[in-house]
Design a protein around this ligand. Structure first.
Ligand code: PLP
Length: 379
């Protein structure tokens, strides 16, 4: 079988698209002005940043005044959670609710706040990877400041019932944050109907550049800054604007919509083909409820195999996938997401995640299936 390169780790990061690169190029070269400068190349950079903000706002169904550029999903999560605790926390209000399956950008932030007096409730998902809004509601008390539930999980792709959660938070007078880093490339997000107060997004998961993301902060909510310095981003997020990255992000955001349904349905077909092919080995179990997962995610546990070892063997054949989340690669602790869903540590350690993007073809999928079956005979 001829060797191919098949990139199936789009949940970790994506390739920069041509349209994004083209949009960014002038701001990486001749349009280098500081967006806060008064001269013409500065004003042009300012216009570009504000246009990117408008595009991002349009994609999230909110006002441009509600979009704040950050360095990515991690910073957005940190800002929403730490900021809410700092602004609204007190001895009487010190409770935050989140889930056991959040990205470490949320979990580690919550752990840090525990050291500062916050009480955190971590709600577990069911076996399918879904966190019930009822369980969240039961955990709400008079002391609760914030609920943080991810829109879709990075390891399984399972989409959470965030609209219901947003609704209950609004009804109970509790702030609601959702980490939409994985969901945004595939789902039309509407900040208003979500009843979200904060939404985190990141460009590099949607064929945009690395190192830029945004936090949606609902108008009227006074979130203190994490950092101090210049007056950029209305004084809330100091530092010279990364014009080229902002332009790339805006472009990536507006590229999501044309053809979204077609791309998602292609992904669902390819994911189904992949799942069925892997299942034919008789050693694979799919993790998470695929009927409610992002279209390109497939997380499987493999009987009597080590996920990391499988990955290395797949890599030798040109296939990029991941075991657990990218942020834990190199660390062979079982995935906190899969163990929270009730998998044994052994089952979790044997997991492999494929995350496809729309460039995947049936031939690529068949190549993965063939190589995977070959590799399985050796482990
Ligand atoms: N949240 C989720 C759900 C993610 O999947 C990731 C990245 O893997 C992040 C946050 C962190 O985003 P970034 O890499 O932009 O900091």
């Amino acid at each position: 079988m001829e060797k191919r390169f098949v990139y199936a780790d789009n949940a970790a990061t994506t390739a920069l698209s041509e349209s994004v690169l083209n949009a960014m190029m002038p701001y990486l070269t001749e349009q280098y002005g500081n967006a806060s400068g008064v001269y013409s190349i500065g004003r042009r950079a300012r216009r570009a940043v504000e246009t990117a903000r408008e595009k991002t706002a349009l994609a999230l169904g909110c006002n441009p005044s509600e979009i704040f550029f950050t360095s990515g999903g991690t910073e957005s999560d940190n800002w929403a959670i730490q900021g809410a605790f700092r602004a609204f926390g007190s001895a009487e209000k010190n409770h935050i609710i989140t889930t056991a399956i959040e990205h470490h950008a949320v979990l580690r932030t919550c752990e840090e706040l525990e050291k500062q007096g916050a009480v955190i409730t971590y709600i577990k998902p069911d076996r399918n990877g879904v966190v019930s809004p009822d369980e969240i509601e039961k955990a709400v008390t008079d002391k609760t400041i914030l609920v943080s539930v991810m829109y879709a999980n990075n390891e399984t792709g399972v989409i959470q019932p965030v609209s219901e959660t947003g609704c209950l938070c609004r009804r109970r007078g509790v702030l609601f944050h959702t980490d939409a880093v994985q969901a945004a490339p595939h789902i039309t997000i509407d900040a208003g109907s979500l009843n979200a107060d904060f939404i985190s997004v990141s460009a590099h998961k949607m064929h945009g550049p690395k190192g830029i993301g945004a936090l949606y902060i609902r108008d009227g909510i006074k979130l203190p800054p994490l950092m101090f310095g210049g007056g950029q981003e209305k004084g809330k997020r100091p530092g010279t604007e990364n014009t080229a990255a902002a332009v790339g992000f805006g472009q990536a955001m507006s590229d999501i919509f044309p053809g979204l349904e077609k791309r998602n349905s292609h992904l669902v077909q390819m994911r189904k083909r992949l799942a069925e092919g892997l299942e034919r080995t008789g050693r694979v179990t799919v993790n998470g409820d695929m009927s409610r997962a992002l279209p390109g995610h497939l997380n499987v546990s493999v009987k009597n195999a080590d996920g990391e070892a499988l990955l290395l063997m797949l890599d030798l054949k040109g296939i990029c996938a991941s075991a657990g989340s990218a942020c834990t690669s190199g660390d062979s602790a079982p995935s906190h997401v899969l163990t929270a869903m009730g998998l044994t540590p052994q089952e979790a350690l044997s997991s492999v995640r494929f995350s496809l993007d729309s460039s995947i073809t049936a031939e690529d999928v068949d190549y993965i299936i063939n190589i995977f079956s070959e590799v399985l005979k050796k482990v």
